[in-house]
Every structure is written in structure tokens, then in C-alpha cells.
Write a protein that binds this ligand. Structure first.
Ligand code: PLP
Length: 412
């Protein structure tokens, strides 16, 4: 049996047969073996341009050499922490986070995923305010553990697990009037993404974040901004809130925070909000959070983000890519309803989910990996590493055009 057949059988037997079927249905019938920058190679020697970008965890590309080297170095010394002695790498990493994140954001807790970062943020908001209610937005995505899922605004994921955590309300994204109405005496915090990623790359009105900040200040409600997907240069600034001139009370980060090498998440908050964690430093903990490998990867990632000005790179190349995609949307208006995005977080909205499925298959056949957003399957995300070159961008456009042509033919 060849490697591919054997791997698919193993998926059937020990992971989930439905997952194996879904992958095959999308035309994915090979095994990935190595990757570098924007390119993934499979076991049959085929190469793919990666426009999925690990759902935003590969801002630095696959296998960024400096981050790999730093992690390898640490691997040879001490991979996991004693948890008792001081961890120098963790101290340097959180110092760097404090310096790079906007405004008074200062104290952070390092964990291992985005979901955990959101859990920590929600817990801290309740602890600091002594209130229970959290306002989130419809169509949002904040993760799938019980607390994070209670914030996530999609019933398809949350309903099967009811009752979830009590006290969550969901209001339309981008609607400040709805927020004003929803806030009550019992509201601890508002949690939102600056741009809804899994919701289908939904960009709110230009002054939305600033207005939410104003309302939160007025009402004494905390503002939690989930930058897990938008952060670290993705949307053309180090953090999306920076472009809006807003400083949240708590910010969550993950995905590319581990430099595409380690799983790393973080929540960072203003000192006043952190007070209860200072009073009880063991109230919220994690065995693996902030381990030396993760801390070294995170520290290096932040260093490269700043040194190479990846945010500017994302802005520059993202603007060109969006302009090219807009041309394609006019040419293929029978298939595409809209393209939208900021920096290198771009969505192509198709006329329906079926067209999306066909397009993904045609793209994979031509060596381009792209996938739909979790809450909106008719929106295909283009979320490549921020280090994508212009030549790679031209190849992405070329492949998209021939794939759209093929879908049009299939439909006729
Ligand atoms: N928050 C946002 C905005 C996300 O996009 C995601 C994942 O897609 C999460 C939270 C959950 O992160 P993770 O999958 O690392 O738990």
C-alpha cells in the first residue's frame, strides 16, 4: 500500500472517517511532507502555494529559519520549564509583548492556543468587574472550549453543547446602537474581533472600534479585542486596533505568535485590570503555557515582525492583491459577488457554497491551497504568509484566473 492510501486508511480508522471523506471530496489525496516559506510539498513531489496560511498562524511563512534555529537551540538546552525557577525566555518574551502592544497593555499570561487566550480574557473580565455578563457578536469566532464557544456567535457549533456558560449575549457586528441597548448593569465586557475572520472576512464601519471604546468607557465596561487572527501584521499594522487608534483593556493573541513553529497564545491587559491576578497569581495557570520553546519562538517572532516591518509588507502586497482580485471579480461576476479584505486577510465571496467547493478543488488541482471561512462557507479566504513575494502573488492570481475559468465551464 502506498503512503497516501495508508494514511487515508489511518484517518478512517483512528481519526475520523468523515474527515477523510471531506478531504478527498475537496480533491486532497496526497500527504504533505515538507514546507518552506509559502510552498508546501507533498509525497508525490507536487508543490502548492499556501494561501490558507494555517488559518493565520503562518505570518512568517513555513519553517522561518531564524525561529527554527532559536527553537532548535533551546531544544538542546531545556525544552520545558521546571515551573519553579525563573524562566528568562518567558520574561524576555512578555517584556517584548508589553513593548510592542499598544498603549498601557502590560501584563500578559502565556498559554498554548487562541481558545485558551479567550478563556483567560473572559475569566479576567469577570474577576475584575465582579459582573457576569459578556456581550459578543453574531457570526464571531473565538474558539470552541465552553467559555470561548459561549462567546462564538455561531449556533451550529454551540447549540449541540447547550447549556453553555451563562451570561452571554450576541449582538450584530458593527452595530454600536445594538451595543448601547445590550449593555446592562451586569455587563462585564464586550468581546469582538476587529475584522471577523471566520465570519467571512467582515470589515466593520471605519469608526466602529473607536465608538465601541467610547461606549465602554462611558458605561464602565471592559473592551476585549480578539486579535488572534488579525494580529501580528496580518491586516497591515502590527495589531488591527493600532490602525483604529484604540487600546483595548484586554487583548488576545495566538496563531502567528508562535512564529509558525510553536503553539503559543497570550492575553495581555492593562495593569489595573490585571490587579486580581496580582492578588491571586495562581488563580489561572497552565502547565505548558510559556514553556521555554514557546517563549523563544514568540520572542523571535516579535523581533522579526518589527525588524522586517511585516505589517507594511502585508499592506503593500495586500493592496496589490486586492486590486487584482477586484479585476477578477468583475470578469467573473457570475461566480464572485464581492472581494474584500485588509492587508493579507482577504475574502472572495462566491455566489454560493457549491461554487466555493468547485473552486477550491480546481485551485488544488493547479497547486494552490485555499479554503473557506468556518462560519461562511461561500467565502474563500486568501491568507498567505506575509512574506509572499510579488512573483508568488502573480502566480496566485494566474492560478485563480484559470481555476475560475474552469468553474465557469463546469457550470455551463
Ligand atoms: N479567535 C479567533 C479570532 C480565531 O480566528 C480563532 C481561530 O480561528 C480562535 C479565537 C481560536 O483559536 P485556536 O484555534 O488557536 O484555539
Amino acid at each position: 500500500m502506498d503512503l497516501t492510501t495508508e494514511t487515508i486508511e489511518m484517518y478512517h480508522d483512528s481519526l475520523n472517517p468523515a474527515l477523510a471523506k471531506l478531504f478527498k471530496f475537496m480533491g486532497l489525496d496526497s500527504v504533505e511532507v515538507e514546507a518552506e516559506g509559502m510552498i508546501i510539498k507533498d509525497n508525490q513531489g507536487r508543490e502548492y502555494l499556501d494561501c490558507v496560511g494555517g488559518y493565520g498562524s503562518l505570518n512568517f511563512g513555513h519553517r522561518p529559519p531564524e525561529i527554527v534555529a532559536a527553537v532548535k537551540e533551546q531544544l538542546g538546552r531545556m525544552p520545558l520549564a521546571s515551573k519553579l525557577l525563573f524562566n528568562r525566555h518567558l520574561a524576555e518574551f512578555t517584556t517584548e509583548l508589553k513593548e510592542l502592544t499598544p498603549g498601557e497593555l502590560q501584563y500578559s499570561f502565556i498559554c498554548n492556543s487562541g481558545t485558551e487566550a479567550v478563556e483567560g480574557a473572559l475569566k479576567l473580565a469577570r474577576l475584575y468587574t465582579g459582573k457576569k455578563e459578556i456581550i459578543s457578536t453574531i457570526n464571531s469566532f473565538h474558539g470552541k472550549s465552553m467559555g470561548a464557544l459561549s462567546a462564538t456567535g455561531r449556533e451550529q457549533y454551540s447549540k449541540p453543547f447547550a447549556p453553555l456558560v451563562a451570561g452571554f449575549k450576541h449582538i450584530p457586528f458593527g452595530d454600536v446602537d445594538a451595543l448601547t441597548v445590550a449593555i446592562s448593569e451586569e455587563t462585564a465586557a464586550v468581546i469582538l474581533e476587529p475584522i471577523q475572520g471566520e465570519g467571512g472576512i467582515v470589515i466593520p464601519p471605519a469608526d466602529y472600534l473607536a465608538e465601541v471604546r467610547g461606549i465602554c468607557n462611558q458605561q464602565g465596561v471592559l473592551m476585549i479585542v480578539d486579535e488572534i487572527q488579525t494580529g501580528l501584521g496580518r491586516v497591515g499594522s502590527n495589531f488591527a486596533v493600532e490602525a483604529a487608534g484604540v487600546v483595548p483593556d484586554i487583548m488576545t493573541l495566538a496563531k502567528s505568535l508562535g512564529g509558525g513553529v510553536m503553539p503559543v497564545g497570550a492575553l495581555i491587559a492593562k495593569p489595573e485590570v490585571w490587579e486580581p491576578f496580582i492578588e491571586s497569581p495562581l488563580l489561572h495557570t497552565s502547565t505548558f503555557g510559556g514553556n521555554p520553546l514557546a517563549a523563544v519562538a514568540g520572542k523571535k517572532a516579535l523581533e522579526i515582525l518589527e525588524r522586517d516591518n511585516l505589517a507594511l509588507q502585508a499592506k503593500r502586497i495586500g493592496t496589490k492583491l486586492l486590486a487584482e482580485l477586484e479585476k477578477l471579480s468583475l470578469k467573473y461576476s457570475d461566480l464572485i459577488t464581492e472581494v474584500r479584505g485588509k492587508g493579507l486577510l482577504i475574502g472572495i465571496e462566491l455566489v454560493d457554497e457549491g461554487v466555493g467547493g468547485m473552486l477550491i478543488s480546481e485551485l488544488i488541482d493547479r497547486g494552490l491551497l485555499a479554503v473557506y471561512t468556518l462560519n461562511q462557507p461561500q467565502v474563500i479566504r486568501i491568507e498567505p504568509p506575509l512574506i509572499m513575494s510579488e512573483e508568488e502573488m502573480d502566480r496566485v492570481i494566474g492560478i485563480l484566473e484559470t481555476a475560475l475559468e474552469a468553474v465557469l465551464e463546469l457550470k455551463s
